[in-house]
Ligand binder design. Structure first.
Ligand code: F6P
Length: 375
């Protein structure tokens, strides 16, 4: 009679853009696994370490002990490394002639998963990583997901971890910019991340007391923003702070990109702030300056919320494996931890509701979105 192997061997990897709290999740996974007597293989640089088992940049795949994850709770980034251009279904390979092309190498990942003797895999990532995970689930791999992203654009959970810390970073930036905007009577435009979702922009605009907020979900016209600037001048406040989400677009116009899409990657959003600034510059008497916060929003130590959320996510991911709830993503339904099928979480992106309470609250405190017609 075949005996059931009780000890498990699980893999853990971090995919997509990094964000604060990744190490807290890894630590949670390792501790909860060790309590069950399981082994945890840290996979390097998202799926890179599964496409090629010899991949080393700089460590390679490695077995993780509780000592390895000691003191990483408050560290930004990920001790495992990550990548947002390593989708095995459109992997960048170099031909003999030196040219590059995208190829489906997913078969290698499936083979290597079995070669490593893994019983399950914890995939920590955003919508892109969850979509990749779903395709591997359909190929028979046992995967549980952990929702990560500063963008907060993943459905099925109250919060993705990393979002709150990123919003705090942007809020701190707005506070500082307010000081210098006021001193110089300038219009300061801050471009923030978030891809097609305006969560970071909106939440930080409210928290930082910004005067206008342009988000992808509400295409903008410059007139209401210029009116707001004029109004502020009249009351003796000749300065303003405008938050522009990187995915924001003018009415009838498109999003701003940093060139063409690169192989293996998603087309990079950049320039929405500059585009908006250029469109108002000649219509206001102030100097207009643009600040792109960029990757500052992804780095740094996770705040208390993301440390606790990350820890709970990691621990619960192990619980899902124990319960054999594969194909599920851990999910916070405050105050409880639960799970949702990954397929459900990635069906639709989670976007700001232009008619929702958060936008309403922002409007009530005078934040202009650029969509209200001139009075
Ligand atoms: O998804 C997270 C995110 O930070 C987005 O907000 C942003 O558009 C993108 O990643 C930037 O990615 P990269 O690190 O490739 O510039």
């Amino acid at each position: 009679m075949a005996t059931k192997r009780l000890a498990k061997r699980i893999g853990v990897m971090t995919g997509g853009g990094d964000c604060p709290g990744l190490n807290a999740v890894i630590r949670g996974v390792v501790h909860a696994s060790k309590r069950r007597g399981w082994d945890v293989l840290g996979i390097e640089d998202a799926t890179e370490g599964l496409v090629d088992l010899d991949f080393k940049k700089p460590h390679g795949n490695r077995w993780l002990t509780c000592q390895d994850v000691d003191r990483i709770l408050g560290r930004g980034g990920t001790i495992l490394g990550t990548s947002n251009r390593s989708d095995p279904f459109r992997y960048v390979v170099r031909g003999d002639d030196g040219s590059s092309r995208e190829e489906d190498v997913s078969r290698k990942v499936v083979e290597n998963y079995h070669k490593l003797g893994l019983d399950a895999l914890v995939s920590i990532g955003g919508d892109g990583s969850m979509r990749i995970a779903q395709k591997f689930i359909e190929k028979g791999l046992k995967i549980v997901g952990v929702p990560k992203t500063i963008d907060q654009d993943l459905n099925g959970t109250d919060y993705t971890f990393g979002y709150h810390t990123a919003v705090q970073t942007v809020t701190d930036a707005i506070d500082r910019i307010q000081d210098t905007a006021e001193s110089h009577d300038r219009i300061m435009v801050i471009e923030v991340m978030g891809r097609d979702a305006g969560w970071i922009a909106l939440q930080a605009a409210i928290a930082g007391g910004a005067h206008a907020c342009l988000i992808p979900e509400i295409p903008y016209h410059i007139d209401p923003v210029i009116d707001m600037i004029t109004q502020r001048e009249l009351i003796g406040h000749p300065f303003a702070v405008v938050i522009v989400a990187e995915g924001a677009k003018p009415m009838g116009g498109g999003q701003s990109f940093a060139g063409a899409r690169q192989l293996g990657a998603t087309q990079r959003l950049l320039g929405a702030g500059a585009k908006f600034a250029a469109s108002i510059e000649l219509q206001v008497s102030h100097e207009v300056r643009v600040l792109v916060l960029g990757h500052l929003q992804r780095g740094g130590s996770p705040n208390e919320f993301d440390r606790v959320l990350g820890t709970r996510y990691g621990v619960h991911a192990v619980q899902l494996i124990e319960d054999e709830k594969f194909g599920h993503m851990v999910s916070l339904r405050t105050p409880n931890m639960g799970s949702v099928p990954i397929a459900e979480a990635v069906k639709e992106p989670r976007l700001v509701d232009p008619k929702g309470q958060l936008v309403h609250a922002a409007r009530e405190v005078g934040i202009v979105f650029g969509d209200e017609p001139r009075a």
